[in-house]
Structure formats: C-alpha cells, structure tokens
Design a protein around this ligand. Structure first.
Ligand code: HEM
Length: 459
C-alpha cells in the first residue's frame, strides 16, 4: 500500500506543529502535498492518519458510494476516546454501530428543526437579559457574553432548567470547569494519560476530578428531580421516558453521560461561532449595515424567530462557519476492511480524517477562499461534501439546527438594539481552545449607540 505523501518529520514534531497552530500547519501541508496527505500524529508508533479535502473523498468517507467506500468499512476513530474522562463511557460519542444509532435516535427529536420555534422566545429573552446592562462607551469582550447566552440556552433546551438555584449553580460551575478544561495547558492532560494522576486537590488532574464531581452532583440532582416529575419536552425528560426493546429505561449514569456530552459539545462551539460572526461583521461594517437593513424589513412587531428565515443573515452565518469552522476536522474513521478512495487503497488500521478546514479553503469550490464574502451562499448551493462545518455522515452534529437557530436569534436581538465598532483594528487570529478554534482574546467591541426603540421587539 502506498500512502499519500506527507511530511517526513518525526511524529512528536508533527504533533507539536498541529497543536501550536493547527490551521496553518494543515494549510502548509495542503499547499505542499495536495488534497490528501499522510501525517503521523498519534504518538511514536502512530498509524498513518490521512487527511482529505476533495469533495469526492469526503463523500466516500461520509456516505460511501458505489465503487468507492461503503460506510460499513469504517468505524469510529480512536481519537474520541480522549474525551472519555469528560463525557463518560456511555456517551453517544464513545459508541459505535447500532448502539450509537439508538442513542442518536433518542437524542435527536428534541433538537430537530421542527421543534426549534418552541425555544425561540426563550433564546430571544436570554439574548436580551444578558446584554441589557450594556451602555454606550462600554468595551465588551463579546465571547464572554456569547458564552453566557449559549450556556443558558443549552441549560433550558437540554435540561429544561429555568432561572433558579440549580440553574445558577450549574451555570457558575460549568463556566469555570470549561474555562479550565479548555485552556491549552490543561487540555494536554486528555491526550497524555500519564498526566492523569490524582495527586490531591491542588494537582491538575485532582482539580479536574473534583470539578467534575461537583457538576455530576448537580446533574444527578436535576435527574432525580425530573424522575419525580418528568413533564417537560426538554431532552432530559424525553430521555427519562425512553425505553429500549426490553422495556428498560436509561440508568442515571447513562443519562448523565448523554447530558454532559450535549453540554460540553453544544456550549462552547455555539459561543465561539457567534463570536466569530460578531467579529467578521464588524471587521467589514458594510456587511453589518446590510444585515441591519435586512432586519429593518421585518418591522418592529415581528416575532424575532422570523429573523431565522432572512437570506442575508443566513448567508452571513454560513460564510462565517466556512471561514472559521470551529472544529477543523470531522471525527476520524478507522479503516476496518480495505477501502479505495479516489484511486488510493487504504489498509485496515489507517485513520481517515475528513478535513473541514481544508475543504472550506479549496479555491476551485470557493474562489478567494480567505475572503469573507457571504454572497457566495446566495449565488450557489454547496454540496454537503464541499461545505460541512457540522461534519457529516452517521456522526454529523446533532445540534446543527439548534445552534444555527440560536446564533441567528442572538444576532437579530443584539443588532436590533446596539451598534458597535471594533475596539482594536489589529488582526484577530484563530487560536486553539481545547479542540475548537476560536477568535484570539484581543477582540473586543465598543458599544457606539443603543437604539431607544429596537428594530425588533421581544414577544
Ligand atoms: C456552531 C456550533 C456547533 C458546531 C460548529 C458543531 C460541530 C460539530 C462537528 C464538526 C461534529 C463532528 C461531526 C462528524 O464527526 O462528522 C459535531 C458532533 C456533535 N455535536 Fe456539534 N457542533 C455545534 C453545536 C452543537 C450543539 C448545540 C450540540 C448539542 C446540543 C452539539 C452536539 C454534538 C454531538 C452530540 C455530536 C456527536 C455526534 C455523534 O457522534 O453522533 N453540537 N459537532
């Protein structure tokens, strides 16, 4: 088997470059080796890890197509096991095959697009309450606020929690926990099991275990409350009432693993994506002005959820997620039986990685790929193998509809009240935060004006 070419550097040096500046390293490799290349980034005896960005190769990995690569020849990449200390072994992302499918079927209905209008009013109110104390002249670190809005949304949708003691406690503890887990230094522990030693409360791993216990205690309290009165239509209530083919419900431990998975995967991703949109539209104020003009077409008595249908707002969000896709790759797949993809044969054990970032940077698909140009999404449709910020195939993101809905409502509510400018016109770099890519910290907005009557009012 001849693998696609790739850098000859020793594995630790490849890992280092990938950890320090992942988008740049991947782009350099694509410039040198083309739309598929092999890295050795899983330790000293790393199996070959092949990155793909050509739409036909992405289709073969996600969907399988005749003569190419049936999806059942691939299984879940072992990389997701690094998340087990966070999500637990019963989590959807740790499962494969029929168990994975079963869990997806349980988790998806409440997050489906048809259900979302039910959450519209709550999200609009969250966006309003988190931002209502801003005054003209304030210098805002917007990511802090998008994080709060995203966390409050997910607590309501997933746990069915409204304001109150448990909501406040969970919000506070999760904020601190995720800041800690996502810091570049602490996140290293998940990749190096030797560092996972509980040497007391002050040791890094000891601190992680104690924070995790605090959150677990709160989640188990919510589960116990909900078991007593499972009335809501939130994700937790539906999971509690679900039964398998033997009539068995989920144990508390299984419930906890799914809930924490949704909180961890849904909170930070949406917060960062919303922050990127705020940054990009203020880097190019004519785009912000066009968005505001589009909001004005709705009229002040419109329901904010109507904003979700606006074509330019939708194009702006899509283009932001193309340029800065939050997750650079889809979950890696391991070859179980030999497969051939676009003429290359891969043997069992090879790891295949659909690279979101590089697929979104292909100039044949996206002319001037580094340019923020929302119009490209009004001019043509892109296939799910050319554009896939939420991954694809059997493991695609189950929170896609919710997060897009949420980002648009937040933008509509905030922009209809406040006008901003960028505090610093210096460049904002994409930086790694845990496994996501977020705007660097030097990005702040100044509140220039607050409209006395917002373009859209709350319902
Ligand atoms: C802008 C926000 C988000 C982005 C960019 C994003 C991106 C992704 C990506 C790239 C994947 C991997 C897909 C693959 O391997 O092909 C994923 C998986 C996943 N996401 Fe999201 N996500 C976002 C929001 C959310 C939200 C709000 C939730 C939950 C409410 C969520 C829950 C999940 C889960 C559970 C998986 C694993 C699915 C599986 O393994 O079957 N995500 N997401």
């Amino acid at each position: 088997m001849k693998l696609p070419d790739g850098p000859r550097l020793m594995s630790p040096l490849q890992i280092l470059q990938l950890v320090i500046d992942p988008p740049k390293y991947l782009e350099n490799c694509a410039d040198k080796y083309g739309d598929r290349f092999t890295l050795r980034v899983l330790g000293n005896n790393s199996p070959p890890v092949v990155f793909f960005s050509h739409p036909e190769a992405i289709e073969a990995i996600f969907a399988g197509s005749e003569g190419l690569c049936p999806a059942d020849q691939l299984e879940l990449g072992r990389i997701t096991h690094v998340f087990e200390p966070l999500t637990g072994p019963q989590s959807l992302i740790a499962k494969d095959g029929s168990e994975h499918q079963r869990l997806r079927q349980l988790l998806m209905p409440p997050l489906h697009g048809k259900q979302l209008p039910r959450y519209g009013e709550a999200i609009a109110n969250i966006a309003h309450s988190v931002t209502e104390n801003w005054s003209v002249g304030d210098c805002i670190s917007i990511r802090q606020y998008t994080a709060r809005m995203s966390l409050q949304t997910i607590l309501q949708v997933v746990l069915g929690l409204g304001p109150g003691y448990l909501y406040d406690q969970l919000q506070q503890t999760l904020e601190t926990y995720l800041e800690w887990v996502n810091s570049p230094l602490n996140s290293l522990q998940f990749f190096w099991p030797a560092l996972q030693q509980d040497l007391g409360a002050a040791s890094p791993w000891g601190k992680f275990l104690r924070q995790r216990q605090q959150i677990d205690d709160l989640i188990y309290t919510v589960i116990a409350d909900r078991r007593r009165e499972a009335t809501g239509e939130d994700v937790l209530s539906l999971l509690i009432s679900a039964r398998d083919e033997n009539g068995e419900g989920m144990s508390d431990r299984e419930l906890r693993d799914q809930i924490i998975t949704l909180l961890l995967l849904g909170y930070d991703t949406t917060a960062s994506a919303t922050a990127w949109v705020f940054y990009l539209i203020h880097q190019f104020p004519h785009i912000r002005d066009q968005l505001v003009a589009e909001l004005q077409t709705l009229g002040s008595d419109s329901d904010p959820t109507q904003a979700v249908q606006l074509p330019y707002l939708t194009a702006v969000c899509r283009e932001a997620l193309r340029l800065h896709p939050i997750a650079l790759i889809s979950q890696p797949r391991v070859v179980r039986e030999s497969v051939t993809i676009r003429g290359d044969r891969f043997e069992p054990g090879t790891i295949l990685v659909p690279c979101i970032h590089l697929a979104h940077m292909r100039s044949p698909t996206y002319p001037e790929p580094k340019k923020f140009r929302p119009e490209r999404f009004l001019e043509r449709r892109f296939s799910p193998y050319e554009y896939f910020p939420f991954g694809g195939g059997s493991r695609s993101c189950i929170g896609m509809a919710l997060s897009l809905f949420e980002i648009k409502i937040i933008l509509a509510i905030v922009l209809s009240r406040c006008q901003f400018s960028l505090a610093d016109l210096g460049p904002v770099r994409p930086v790694r935060r845990g496994i996501t890519i977020v705007p660097s910290d030097n990005f702040k907005l100044i509140v220039e004006n607050i409209r006395s009557s917002p373009i859209l009012s709350l319902v």
